[in-house]
Design a protein around this ligand. Structure first.
Ligand SMILES: NC(=O)C1=CN([C@@H]2O[C@H](COP(=O)(O)OP(=O)(O)OC[C@H]3O[C@@H](n4cnc5c(N)ncnc54)[C@H](OP(=O)(O)O)[C@@H]3O)[C@@H](O)[C@H]2O)C=CC1
Ligand SMILES: O=C(CO)COP(=O)(O)O
Length: 329
């Protein structure tokens, strides 16, 4: 039993929040799962299911779903698991409840539009008394909830705290690697979502396995260039939260970002189900930040041009094929 992190708060009862609540319970923690929809949280407490966001999964006995923010006041650490663009609002809402110095680990993958801030920077502004961290890596909520083997990275500036949090939340099926490269971890998660939309387009247009592999390799070059410019360490970019998550998200229709691209590639239409694809919200801010830093990101730029309606899919694919790099890197 981790005496330091007995009680964990999970803020956001979507697919990933619910899966992480169960993972923390599996690690032996007492968990409160907060969601903003009172009726949904009451139903979750009663039925032990979250059929809206994570169907077919039983919520563990040591997870207490609640619509009340007060339940966070005696949490030893909090996971913030809402969409990237909602993170500021959610962090500000929980801030008055938390004890000074509570670790708050954001699990969102994106960059805030309007401010161009990474997720832990948003946290630092909206919840200044918390210690910010980030959890990211290749992990579908359904896989984690099913207890399938997954491995992700949790980064906090204080390496010892990162290690302690990993010990408290990890289990044999949910392996947590600790890091103090906060920026590197958050960049990987944000950038890979945009690149996965391009991978989906390539899949949807049936351009072949060779093109799919080229897209991942060249996408990784873009992610790495962006990461280097914004302070990521090389070993983080080649690790779980960078290359690892890029490979997962660029190769599986289970990914909502890939599925968005797949639909665009097949039918030129957005998918009808309206599921959260973070890359669609991150593309414009990622490309603008790349331009400001003087970085070439042709794949991300092609995605942004399609999403903003400037290019159709044929133009986007054409611009990718027409822009060979002089040298790799
Ligand atoms: N699903 C996955 O496999 C993984 C997801 N992630 C990341 O986790 C983040 C969340 O994704 P995921 O859980 O899948 O998304 P979902 O769409 O399943 O759930 C999002 C949840 O956030 C809640 N929410 C939205 N806005 C607010 C707000 N302003 N205040 C409070 N709660 C809010 C929603 O509430 P309501 O139901 O009321 O709308 C919903 O419960 C994303 O950044 C995603 O990239 C990371 C790894 C894996
Ligand atoms: O981040 C994820 C897996 O690591 C989930 O990917 P999607 O958000 O594209 O579904």
């Amino acid at each position: 039993m981790s005496a330091r992190f007995r009680r964990i708060g999970v803020v956001g009862a979507g697919a990933w929040g619910t899966a992480l609540a169960n993972a923390a319970a599996r690690a032996g923690r007492e968990v409160v799962l907060w969601g903003r929809d009172r009726a949904a949280m009451e139903a979750m407490a009663r039925t032990r299911r979250n059929e809206t966001h994570l169907p077919g999964v039983e919520i563990a006995a040591s997870v207490s779903p609640s619509p009340s923010l007060h339940v966070l006041s005696d949490c030893d650490a909090v996971l913030l698991v809402v969409p990237a663009q909602a993170s500021r609002e959610a962090a500000a809402a929980i801030a008055p409840q938390l004890k000074d110095g509570t670790p708050v680990v954001t699990c969102a993958k994106g960059i805030e539009r309007g401010t161009s801030l990474f997720m832990t920077q948003v946290l630092a502004e909206a919840c200044p008394r918390a210690v910010p961290g980030i959890l990211s890596g290749p992990s579908f909520a359904a896989d984690v909830a099913a207890g399938l083997p997954t491995a992700v990275t949790l980064a906090v500036q204080d390496f010892g705290l990162a290690e302690a949090l990993c010990t408290a939340l990890g289990s044999p099926s949910f392996r947590l690697y600790h890091s103090d490269d906060v920026r590197g971890v958050e960049i990987g998660g944000a950038a890979k979502n945009v690149l996965a939309i391009a991978a989906g387009i390539v899949g949807g247009r049936e351009l072949g396995a060779s093109a799919a592999a080229a897209l991942i390799a060249r996408g990784f070059a873009e992610l790495s260039r962006f990461g280097r410019a914004y302070g990521a360490r090389p070993e983080t970019l080649t690790g779980l939260s960078g290359l690892g998550d890029l490979i997962l998200t660029c190769s599986s229709p289970q990914s909502r970002n890939y599925a968005l691209g797949l639909s665009l590639g097949r039918t030129n239409q957005f998918p009808p189900n309206g599921k959260l694809a973070e890359g669609a919200f991150t593309a414009s801010v990622l490309v603008a930040m790349a331009e400001r830093a003087g970085i070439d990101m042709p794949i991300a730029s092609a995605v942004e041009a399609v999403l903003s309606g400037r290019d159709d899919i044929e133009q986007a694919i054409g611009s990718l094929l027409a822009r060979p790099q002089k040298a790799e890197g």
